[in-house]
Design a protein. Structure first.
Length: 395
């Protein structure tokens, strides 16, 4: 007759107490174990001389931390319970995971490494992001040029927010600018990553090179042009055309293809471009074929206290001084409006062309006109000299 022996299965607590020479585990202790099973909802560790430990639910810390784990890897966890309903240690990654994440963020900050940030929401200042499970902020001004929000005149703030919202859910490569572990927040920059990449790209360009790109922003002071995928430069309003431009929006719109010359690359790799320097200067052409005494037919653009500004069909501008409009001296500038009207076409004679692209016109016989022109210049020079002397005495 066989004899049956009843053996009571030991609990996890019993096993822990039988580990010879080892300190008994207590709640809040840290243990190390090899990952033998991993899903999004739980991780099981094999702990030497102890058995199995389970990390689940909110104790996984966050999805980003779990995504970094791999089977066979040895990791740490904190003991929450010595014997759960599955006969395992109940463990937590929360403290350990936070330490690891912040250690990696600190390293990324110190070594200026590139990491990923996921856009989760926007506000008027920028983007609320999540970086390896830590909440952070990406200022709109620190987006890479390829993602930068360009505001054109008349675009309302709500419209800008709608533009920004299209990035929600996307992941950007960033660098950590600052971090605060106590408040569990970081500030990141996407521009820092693109600047690093673009510095290499930009090294193949030099002042004077002509680039071909697309208008990506139109503002009051100029237009932004993107070329070579994600390099971006500013064409100041004064560099758009040889003629005077009053409103950039009348000249270009987003999406227009343009060619521009690189005229400056500053220490921060900011690029200044010129469209007009890729075009023939109409003044040079005009000066080559024009001499004193030639007729100049121009449309009145502006009437001032010192004379009339006119422009011909090639948009060459000239000044007819108040003293050059008629033989009789005009003693009151208000009378100019009786002599010329805005938009009126009038024929003048060329009185002088100067190297600084100044054109002087006259309605008088040339001998009288030249005498008055010289007298005016002498008076201007004398007034300038007197002003300089006054300035020197004041100093």
């Amino acid at each position: 007759m066989s004899q049956t022996t009843t053996v009571n299965q030991p609990t996890m607590d019993d096993l822990l107490k039988r580990v010879g020479g080892e300190k008994e585990l207590e709640i809040t202790d840290r243990v190390s174990g090899k990952i033998i099973y991993i899903t999004k909802s739980e991780v099981i560790l094999d702990i030497d001389n102890v058995g199995l430990g389970l990390v689940r639910g909110k104790e996984l810390y966050n999805d980003e931390y779990v995504a970094l784990l791999k089977e066979g890897e040895t990791v740490e966890a904190v003991v929450l319970d010595l014997d759960n309903e599955r006969g395992m240690l109940e463990l937590s990654f929360r403290a350990v995971g936070r330490d690891k994440i912040w250690s990696e963020l600190t390293k990324a900050h110190e070594e200026k490494n590139t990491i990923e940030a996921k856009i989760r929401d926007v506000n008027r200042g920028g983007f609320l992001v999540k970086v390896q499970g830590v909440y952070g902020f990406l200022p709109a001004s620190l987006l890479a040029p390829a993602h930068a929000i360009k505001q054109a005149t008349g675009v309302e703030a709500n419209n800008l927010l709608n533009q920004m919202k299209r990035y929600v859910g996307q992941t950007f490569n960033v660098k950590v600018l600052s971090m605060n572990e106590e408040s569990d927040t970081v500030v990141v920059s996407e521009k820092a990553v693109s600047d690093e990449i673009n510095a290499v790209k930009l090294s193949k360009y030099k002042i004077g090179d002509v680039v071909h790109g697309t208008v990506v922003g139109v503002v009051d002071f100029g237009i932004f042009v993107r070329f070579d995928s994600d390099l971006e430069g500013l064409v100041h309003i004064s560099e758009i055309a040889w003629r005077k431009i009053d409103k950039t929006h009348n000249e270009y719109k987003i999406g227009d293809a343009v060619s521009a010359r690189i005229i400056e690359i500053d220490g921060d790799n900011r690029i200044n471009l010129s469209i007009k320097q890729t075009l023939e200067n109409p003044w040079v052409k005009f000066a080559k074929k024009t001499k004193v005494g030639d007729a100049f037919v121009g449309s009145v653009q502006k009437i001032t206290s010192f004379g009339v500004l006119v422009s011909n069909e090639d948009e060459i501008q000239g000044l007819c001084h108040i003293s050059q409009l008629q033989i009789d001296v005009i003693d009151n500038p208000a009378k100019l409006h009786d002599i010329a009207k805005i938009g009126e076409k009038i024929e003048f004679k060329v009185l002088a062309l100067e190297a600084n692209e100044k054109l002087y016109l006259t309605k008088l016989p040339l001998d009288i006109a030249e005498q008055r022109h010289n007298e005016n210049k002498q008076r201007e020079e004398a007034a300038l000299k007197e002003a300089q002397q006054v300035s020197e005495v004041a100093v």
